[in-house]
Write a protein that binds this ligand. Structure first.
Ligand code: SF4
Ligand code: SF4
Length: 133
């Protein structure tokens, strides 16, 4: 079954960035340079946060702008990135409608959610969950 990450209740987010650190840890590295999920203040702590992560679009716009077919449409929604084909042009980053493709500072390539759900285990407030689509 195809899965994607869902933001269940963004009002519960305290901006601790645990999900971001967890995502980066998939590579066995500390820090935030390679995270595929991004928590951002909407301006002032009292106004809360947004959680940016790939929503696994059907007919994804990011795929359409990739000149080398490095982004491959996943059956059921979302994408997979073939790093070997990627020429790091950044088209996908500027054409994701929700800004959910980031820049991997280590690989110098884009980074997008792989829908693994690893981050879910580290959110202490149940803000995110892996769901079937
Ligand atoms: S940065 Fe890579 S994946 Fe993104 S559009 Fe360019 S070639 Fe495709
Ligand atoms: S990266 Fe952005 S445009 Fe591409 S499938 Fe995910 S949400 Fe859609």
């Amino acid at each position: 079954m195809v899965k994607r990450l869902a933001v269940i209740d963004v009002d519960l987010c305290v901006g601790c960035q645990s999900c971001m650190f967890a995502c980066n840890r998939r590579f066995g590295e500390a820090g935030l340079a390679r995270t595929a999920i991004f928590v951002q203040s909407v301006g002032g702590f009292e106004r809360g946060f947004v959680v940016k992560v790939c929503r696994a679009c059907r007919d994804p716009p990011c795929v359409r702008v990739c000149p080398t077919n490095a982004l491959i449409e996943r059956k059921g929604g979302g994408v997979r990135l073939d790093y070997r084909k990627c020429i790091a042009c950044g088209n996908c980053i500027s054409n994701c409608t929700i800004g959910a493709i980031f820049w991997d500072e280590v690989m110098k390539k884009p980074i997008v959610c792989t829908y693994c759900g690893y981050c879910v285990n580290y959110c202490p407030y149940g803000v995110i969950k892996l769901e079937e689509i």
